[in-house]
Design a protein. Structure first.
Length: 507
């Protein structure tokens, strides 16, 4: 019986292949890296051929490492980086490098499009601001700057869709990845005719929409030996990495929420309809689960802020950690725990890379506010963790303002490992936080869920409760929560007061 699922996660730094069995157990993983090219300021490209080599290499390494038999593979399924632009010809082969999510070259196209379509209408239809970050403006840049490539393009797709096309010959996408293009009608589940008309694009340039759980084809005979799988092995399309992470975190029912903590961080919820904020503070993906949506807000420098503190202020802890064979963050948390909640009235604004949702201010800068002669390094470390978490609460409150209700928040990502920080999160958010058994594998698990449901190996998305159970719940401490309630007000006031300063510094 075919009982194995290979889930690929095509990320920004490389592809991770993970093997799951019919009971949802993770049996092993393999990673193949690839590079990003930065030819000019604001440009970011990757080679789809490198993606393909990484998928093939990781598949072979995974099967070898786990001693799995190819005849036992029930399906291959994908998660992938979103908001990109891959131009495929009529043989489903890439015509040039992919323009990835981080690329900002198409700002002129964003401005031109904003003259032809109301930006508020784009947000209402797509759940996202009109932005050069998304696929649509990147497609328009190609039309304006590389007309020969545009003329030869049969379809524009995202990363996972390009690999699925190479595997199966079928060019499709799913609603979650489509919702990162700036041209997908969330409520109707179709490509938006008004936006396409304003952009002057033919809908035929976009792939067919299929459910994330759909088996879209089988591995072609001509690529089977290259990837190391049997010809005809079912391929499930899967979803964009953000929506896969939500599913892998167990956020598969309305009014559930999660917080991913990595170098960047985001808070996502599951809702029955998109959250359309009047101030456009947050954005909404389509969920992997049909009928659900995944409103999200993301900050730029979460773990990156604590890493900066590690590099600039914690050489002693870093050296000791190397000697002890532990993470430097464990020792930093011990130091931070010597400071009381509120860090002796010290605030940290975590805007080391500007800020996205809900501030949307690329000029924002980091700051310690309230420093006096009595403050210690422990206060600065604790204030950093608190500042990151207070900033995440800004996202949480944006959702609450729009009527989202959730009684707890699940934690995933490498930054969720520290129990000390977990407690700060519970105290700042004012709800229990749940640490999951698997923190950095949630995205692959979400893809595996889609694959397992697609081929009937898993009964439903509820399988995630077995795959990624809760291991610990931390409840808010009432006394600490009162301190953070006061500091949250001061945190927002400090940001507002410093906005003119940020503008002055940017000149």
């Amino acid at each position: 019986m075919k009982q194995l699922i290979i889930a690929h996660d095509l990320g920004t730094t490389g592809n991770k292949a993970t093997l799951f069995d019919h009971e949802g157990r993770m049996l092993g993983s393999a990673f193949e890296a690839y590079a990003t090219e930065y030819a000019h300021f604001g440009w970011a490209e990757q080679s789809p051929e490198n993606w393909w080599r990484a998928v093939c290499g990781a598949t072979r390494a995974l099967l070898e490492h786990t001693h799995a038999k190819v005849q036992d593979v029930a399906c291959v399924v994908f998660s992938g980086q979103m908001m990109g632009c891959v131009a495929l010809d009529d043989r489903a082969r890439p015509l040039r490098n992919a323009i990835i999510w981080a690329d900002q070259r198409s700002q002129a196209q964003e401005r031109e499009l904003s003259d032809r379509v109301d930006a508020a209408e784009v947000y209402r239809i797509t759940g996202h601001r009109l932005s050069a970050s998304y696929s649509l403006c990147k497609i328009l840049w190609l039309r304006d700057n590389e007309p020969e490539v545009f003329r030869r393009t049969a379809k524009f797709v995202n990363a996972k869709d390009a690999i699925v096309a190479r595997l199966t010959g079928v060019v499709v996408t799913d609603p979650s990845d489509a919702s990162g293009t700036n041209v997908f009608d969330l409520a109707q589940g179709v490509w938006s005719e008004p936006i396409l008309e304003a952009a002057g694009l033919d809908v035929d340039l976009l792939p067919e929409l299929r459910a994330a759980t759909d088996v879209v084809g089988g591995v072609l005979p001509e690529v089977a030996s290259e990837i190391g799988l049997l010809a005809g092995t079912p391929v499930v399309i899967g979803g964009g990495d953000g929506s896969c992470a939500a599913a892998g975190a167990g956020v598969i029912a309305e009014n559930s929420a999660y917080n991913y903590i990595g170098s960047s961080s985001w808070v996502g919820v599951a809702t029955a309809s998109p959250i359309l904020d009047p101030s456009q503070r947050t954005f909404t993906w389509a969920h992997l689960v049909p009928g659900l949506f995944s409103p999200t807000g993301t900050m730029q420098a979460a773990g990156a802020s604590y890493q900066w503190v590690r590099d600039q202020l914690c050489a002693e802890e870093s050296g000791a950690a190397r000697a002890l064979g532990v993470s430097p963050y464990e020792l930093m948390n011990l130091v931070a725990s010597a400071s009381p909640p509120g860090a002796n009235q010290l605030l940290f604004l975590p805007y080391l890379l500007g800020e996205r949702s809900p501030r949307w201010n690329p000029r924002a800068r980091g700051a310690f506010v309230g420093l006096d002669i009595r403050h210690t390094r422990a206060d600065m470390l604790r204030a950093t963790l608190e500042g990151i978490t207070l900033n995440l609460r800004v996202i949480v409150e944006a959702f609450r303002d729009q009527g989202a209700c959730f009684g707890s928040i699940r934690l995933i990502g490498g930054g969720a490992r520290g129990r000390f920080w977990n407690q700060i999160m519970a105290d700042v958010f004012g709800v229990p936080v749940h640490r999951m058994a698997f923190l950095e594998e949630a995205t692959s698990m979400g893809a595996a869920l889609a694959g397992g449901v697609g081929v009937g190996l898993y009964r439903s998305f509820d399988m995630v409760e077995q795959m990624n159970p809760l291991v610990e719940t931390l409840h808010p401490n009432g006394d600490h929560a009162a301190v953070y309630e006061h500091n949250f007000s001061a945190f927002n006031a400090a940001y507002d007061a410093l906005v003119p300063v940020f503008d002055e510094l940017a000149v």
